[in-house]
Design a protein around this ligand. Structure first.
Ligand code: ZN
Length: 415
């Protein structure tokens, strides 16, 4: 059984932080299909449309009938561990720092035999396991076999933790704790065992309900932070930046209407100032310090979460300028992801559908409850997922957008 994780000892400030190393990250174009599915928490393999054969490793043509018609399809991952080994030596620098390392060969029930990392609780071969595809520190899919039955403390396994961003014993910053979503996020992080949760708040003269209750929670520290002010972001980063392991940027300004229902650009500019420039300010100040701590022991800097919107994928004209600001933030967060990946810090993009708040008051249900959203975000960190589409509305939009973005654009124009 996995040893439960212990609270890490205080860091010796005189010791140099190790440089982050990455596992081998080269993948073929077709191999990236495995990564794309793993980013959503899915284990998909190619299935031949002609002979139904399941393929592994990913390839251009079916290994049985040479057909080029291969479709990525969800797999259960069930199989049998047939042999295993524990590496005591590696020529790869990333794994050399993490030895010993357990690997196994698994015959999947769907056909292929794969080599995968082995969770510490997997019994010696032969035994039943469940294989899943997870993103490794380089942001690429890697296979890991887990025991077929859930055991206690499984998330604390050393090899699994290299692929997840579990908030347990980590220090997290939530940029705006004044909103219902922000407060739900703070509470969800506390429930997940976070060591410290800094709860940011702007405009201290405006009292927000719920803040006093938040302050009563032991790991929570309220922190003045205004993402529209470069000085405020810089000062906050100087104060706590070197300690933040998980940053959740949920600060947003949301106003309804599109272009013609409003005069001037002030509202749209204010949305951009928080939703887009706010992210940019945070990324410039917190990005470099978090990158430097990508390999800082058990509780390294591990994840940056952006709460975007499903409207970032395709403009929802009834919330037109808000959609545009979220599309800009989405594009910027792809840039941030590419930069943070070099240090093994994961950027998680969250695309919620309409949240049950005052700005979506006129929209019909279903709407996303803030605590459901917060739990989905914490679960994504625990599972190591990179793109999250919480709720029915987001899932449906995503499916329609993937099927045909142009059709979705036309449908949204008439909502
Ligand atoms: Zn075939």
């Amino acid at each position: 059984m996995t040893e439960p994780l212990r609270r890490p000892k205080r860091k010796n400030p005189l010791r140099r932080t190790r440089l982050p190393l990455l596992p081998p990250s080269g993948r073929s174009r077709v191999g990236l299909g495995l990564t794309a599915a793993a980013a959503l928490g899915r284990f998909e393999l190619q299935v031949c449309r002609v002979c139904n054969n399941v393929q592994y490793p990913p390839r251009e043509a079916c290994h049985r009938c040479l057909s080029l018609l291969l479709d990525w399809k969800l797999q259960s991952g069930e199989g049998e561990l047939i042999s295993e080994t524990t590496l005591a030596h590696s020529n790869d620098e990333f794994f050399r720092e993490r030895l010993p390392w357990r690997l196994g060969m698994i015959r999947l029930d769907c056909g292929p035999t794969v080599v995968a990392h082995l969770h510490g609780d997997v019994a010696p071969a032969p035994t039943r396991v469940i294989v899943s595809a997870r993103l490794d520190r380089a942001g690429q899919a890697a296979l890991i076999a887990m025991p077929a039955q859930e055991l206690s403390n499984m998330a604390d396994d050393k090899q699994l933790r290299e692929m997840t961003c579990d908030p347990k014993f980590r220090k997290a910053l939530v940029t705006d704790a004044k909103t219902a979503t922000g407060q739900a996020l703070v509470r969800a992080l506390v429930a997940a065992g976070a060591d410290i949760v800094w709860a940011g708040y702007a405009e201290p003269w405006k009292k927000a309900p719920g803040m006093d209750e938040l302050k009563e929670l032991a790991p929570v520290t309220l922190l003045p932070l205004d993402v529209t002010s470069s000085d405020s972001v810089r000062e906050t980063a100087a104060e706590i930046g070197a300690k933040v392991d998980i940053l959740i940027n949920n600060a947003e300004l949301h106003r309804t209407y599109g272009i013609s229902a409003r005069h001037g650009v002030e509202t749209a500019r204010a949305e951009m100032d928080i939703n887009y420039f706010g992210l940019l300010r945070l990324a410039q100040e917190f990005g470099p310090v978090m990158r430097a701590r990508g390999a800082d022991g058990q509780s390294s800097a591990t994840a940056w979460v952006n709460v975007l919107s499903i409207y970032a994928l395709s403009n929802f004209p009834a919330h037109g300028t808000f959609s545009a600001s979220k599309a800009a933030a989405y594009s910027l967060s792809q840039c941030l992801r590419a930069e943070m990946q070099l240090a093994g810090v994961r950027v998680v993009n969250v695309f919620p559908g309409p949240i049950d708040d005052e700005w979506n008051q006129t929209l019909p249900p279903p709407k996303l409850n803030p605590s459901t959203l917060a739990r989905a975000i914490v679960k994504a960190l625990q599972d190591g997922i990179e793109d999250v589409y919480p709720g029915d509305v987001a899932q449906e939009w995503l499916a329609r957008w993937r099927e045909n973005p142009k059709v979705l654009e036309r449908e949204l124009a008439h909502l």
